[in-house]
Design a protein around this ligand. Structure first.
Ligand SMILES: [Zn+2]
Ligand SMILES: [Zn+2]
Length: 303
């Protein structure tokens, strides 16, 4: 895959929290164009126009609620920090042999990352062991199953907010597509000679801007969605997709259906919500971010 999204996001991190305002500004322009300028007034016209307007407004508001819920879930949810003092359970003996006593040479070994067992990973920057699939983010420190750091959510996307991030992409694609399609007739009218006395310069401008912005977002989010559908179906993060060797079958690849459940949980009622059923969180270690099942015949090993 030649599309290194997380490097792009990391490069933009200086933009910081301003991105939340950018997202809210795009939402506001879309809201004004669809509800205030076009389909709100159309609701009062009667007949089929009222039916179409009611349909557009109901779907628009439903998608908007889901989009904002998922967006702020990604922003405020801890993506998964490593618990203090965490160390790999299965490797207690190895650890003891290598870290007790903590001689100068052992510390030097830890600091260089050159431990004997390939399964033991250590972060020199955070001075702690790294659980499987954990990666260090230059902004957020070590993050469990880190996917990428993204300025659009001013947060890392990791084990605990990846599902909300995917749903945010999903609802954003649906919402921006709805806005672009519903504004298309008004956008075409903007360039035609049809006189529309009801339109003010402000509503014409937001209709034009809303159509262009939402069309651009719909197309670019579609690209991200397709990429993440492929990543989820292989149980891979964006970082792992660049690190693993394509020739070997991925140790966390449990088959498409189970890979999907590792991110979305097993309860259908929760698949479209940025939350998990309590039972899933209790019995699926991957949702907590510290431990991941590997496919049969593979012993846990790290990349
Ligand atoms: Zn770290
Ligand atoms: Zn981060």
């Amino acid at each position: 895959m030649a599309w290194n999204v997380f490097k792009f996001c990391t490069g933009l991190r200086v933009v910081g929290s301003v991105m939340i305002l950018v997202v809210l500004a795009v939402v506001s322009v879309s809201y004004y164009a669809v509800v205030i300028s076009n389909y709100g007034p159309q609701l009062l016209k009667g007949g089929s126009e009222t039916v179409v307007a009611a349909f557009v407004l109901i779907v628009f508001h439903a998608l908007l609620v889901m989009l904002l819920w998922c967006y702020f879930a990604v922003v405020v949810t801890d993506p998964g920090g490593v618990p203090q003092g965490w160390k790999p359970e299965a490797d207690d003996e190895d650890l003891e042999a290598q870290t007790m006593p903590l001689s100068a040479s052992t510390v030097a070994g830890l600091n260089s990352g050159a431990l004997q067992s390939p399964r033991i990973r250590y972060c020199r920057k955070c001075c702690q062991y790294k659980p499987p699939r954990c990666h260090h983010c230059s902004v957020c420190k070590c993050i469990l199953k880190m996917d990428h750091h993204c300025v659009w959510v001013v947060n890392c996307v990791g084990a605990r907010n990846y599902k909300a991030f995917l749903l945010f992409l999903f609802y954003t694609f649906l919402e921006t597509t709805l806005v672009a399609l519903s504004l298309l007739p008004h956008f075409i009218a903007f360039f035609s000679d049809v006189e529309d006395n009801a339109s003010t310069p402000g509503s014409l401008a937001t209709t034009f801007l809303g159509f262009v912005l939402d069309l651009a977002f719909a197309l670019s989010v579609l690209g991200f969605l397709i990429m993440h559908v492929s990543l989820v179906s292989g149980n891979t993060t964006t970082i792992e997709a660049y690190e693993k060797k394509a020739s070997t079958r991925w140790q966390y690849d449990l088959g498409r259906w189970r890979n999907f459940e590792q991110v979305f949980g097993t309860r259908r009622s929760h698949w479209l919500l940025p939350t998990y059923a309590e039972e899933d969180v209790r019995r699926m270690p991957s949702l907590r971010g510290l431990d991941y099942p590997v496919r049969a015949g593979i012993e846990g090993s790290e990349i």
